[in-house]
Write a protein that binds this ligand. Structure first.
Ligand code: BES
Ligand code: MN
Ligand code: ZN
Length: 510
């Protein structure tokens, strides 16, 4: 089932694969990068380049027919990378994803992937990642003719470096991180009759049990327990459903780090396995997409699985609040007032703003763990998609230096995220006549008031909130993403964790 990925220092045209995809830079480096190919393919390459007006610019593709018996591939495609010195890891990841999609479109089962005329640190590992991410398809519910008959089975990552144990390991780790991201996609794509809070909890427990040696463990607070602990907001959101809500707590410590003192971080996810809107029910068109309202939770599961591979020197808590938001005789309603786990009382205004409620209790639970940083991520507001479009996440932080770090991490990861402000003037909209807080403001600045509401529950803990409502699902394949669940966010969080370990924030170091 898994793709077999190897790394080889082969001359590209000799790579043992049905399809060869090569990234080529534009500008001054273009000619030189193509010299070995020009030598081997001669006029047929020249003709193909001319016909496709290929000059190595980003997004360009040149399909070269191969008639030579000395070339192993039956099809060679060149993909433009743009200016050589601007080519980075995300660009190579995208290249490999495009290569994998190209191979799949041809029903080819083996692919050789590489880049000529550029050199990127760790390029081989991201090529492996991109291959897995691009080849991903969710076929769990398909049968017979609908199943792909020729899945991509083999990928050869081409390198100009010496192939040693360390390089093989980094390629294999790259592959396993991408496979972890695909767990998030699987969860998002799973139908909501199969994925409900308790089945999500079982899945998380299995992910941790399978990676026990990687340092993962998991506990679950079932409905009775979370009610008993006073998590009334999670309970409120879940009470209209026949499927009870849960709180999932996953933990990671590097293997063999028993008594070491490590930086302690928490990643929190919104896990609405389905969001009808509740009593404030959503319109029918597009409601099926709300099976993906657990994208934040899926990212947390995927992140934990990836940590078992990358083994950073930190103690990391993955916390998921999961519920199904349904209309029912028992459902919570506008006007209801609940006491949050943290203690503040909340007046319910719109039962479709349920994500911030389950997150409020989960955030306080994270604070209780004594972590030095909390990052929550959630498919929280349609307003965020209005603001930034469907491919960009919005993020907020109560610490400006942390916001800068998220920006940098998202750039390294190639995941588009934009810093949005916690506009203090809007805090007024959350004042309630009857309780400590209302959970919804008016229409304007909907992502900001949601973030301001969450802020009420993190106290002084340095905190980041990422609204992934847009990019968590894709309506068509693009970048490294397949149609459906994307796992957008996980690579950024991995980069952020690396940065937090290397350069601990000032207020946390002491
Ligand atoms: N899960 C939705 C947000 C969402 C919308 C995610 C579209 C992905 C795509 C969230 O629970 C929601 O319904 N938010 C409301 C809030 C409003 C009632 C204040 C929204 O955005 O309309
Ligand atoms: Mn909702
Ligand atoms: Zn929702």
């Amino acid at each position: 089932m898994d793709i077999k990925i190897t790394v080889a220092a082969t001359v590209p045209l000799q790579a043992p694969a049905e399809v060869l995809v090569l990234g080529v830079p534009s500008g001054a480096a273009f000619k030189k990068a193509l010299a070995p190919l020009t030598k081997a393919l001669g006029a047929s390459l020249a003709r193909a380049l001319k016909r496709s007006e290929f000059s190595g610019k980003k997004g360009q593709l040149c399909d070269v027919p191969i008639h030579s018996a000395s070339v192993k591939a039956s099809r060679v495609a060149l993909v433009g990378l743009g200016e050589a010195d601007a080519v980075d890891a995300p660009e190579l990841r995208r290249l490999a994803a495009r290569g994998a999609r190209f191979a799949r479109s041809l029903n080819a089962q083996s692919l050789a992937i590489g880049a000529v005329g550029v050199s990127v640190d760790g390029g081989e590992a991201v090529l492996a990642q991109g291959s897995v991410l691009g080849a991903y398809r969710f076929e769990h519910y398909k049968t017979g003719e609908r199943l792909s008959k020729f899945p991509l089975e083999k990928v050869v990552v081409l390198t100009t470096r010496k192939v040693d144990g360390a390089l093989r390991q980094s390629v294999s780790d790259g592959q396993r991180v991408a496979e972890a991201i695909c767990l998030a996609r699987d969860l998002i794509n799973t139908a909501p009759n199969d994925l409900y809070p308790e089945s999500l909890a079982e899945y998380a427990q299995k992910v941790c049990a399978d990676r026990k040696d990687g340092g993962l463990s998991c506990t679950v607070l079932k409905h009775a327990q979370l009610k008993q602990r006073g998590m009334s907001l999670i309970d409120a959101v879940g009470r209209g459903s026949a499927k009870p809500p849960v709180l999932i707590h996953m933990r990671y410590r590097p293997a063999g780090s028993k008594n070491e003192v490590l930086p302690k971080l928490a990643f929190v996810g919104k896990g609405l396995t389905f969001d009808t809107g509740g009593i404030c029910i959503k319109p029918a068109p597009g409601m099926e997409e709300m099976k993906g309202d657990m994208g934040g939770a899926a990212n947390v599961v995927a992140l934990m699985a990836a940590l078992a591979v990358t083994q950073p020197k930190a103690e990391i808590h993955g916390i998921i609040a999961s519920a199904e938001n349904m209309p029912d005789g028992e459902a919570y309603r506008p006007g209801d007032i609940f006491k949050s786990y943290q203690g503040k009382t909340v007046e319910i205004i719109n039962t479709d703003a349920e994500g911030r409620l389950v997150l409020a209790d989960a955030l306080h639970y994270a604070v209780e763990q004594g972590v030095e940083l909390i990052l929550d991520n959630a498919t929280l507001t349609g307003a965020c998609i209005v603001a930034l479009g469907p491919t960009v996440s919005g993020f907020f932080s109560n610490r400006p230096d942390l916001a800068d770090r998220v920006k940098t991490a998202s750039g390294l990861a190639g995941e588009a995220m934009w810093h949005l402000p916690l506009v203090e003037d809007l805090r007024e909209m959350l004042k309630s006549d009857w309780a400590d807080l209302k959970h919804v403001g008016d229409r304007w600045g909907g992502s900001i008031t949601a973030a301001l509401f969450l802020r009420e529950f993190v106290g002084e803990t340095p905190w980041i909130h990422v609204d992934i409502a847009g990019p968590s699902m894709a309506n068509k394949a693009y970048d490294v993403y397949a149609k459906g669940g994307t796992g957008h966010g996980v690579l950024t969080y991995l980069a952020l964790i690396d940065d937090l370990i290397k350069n601990r924030p000032a207020q946390a170091a002491g």
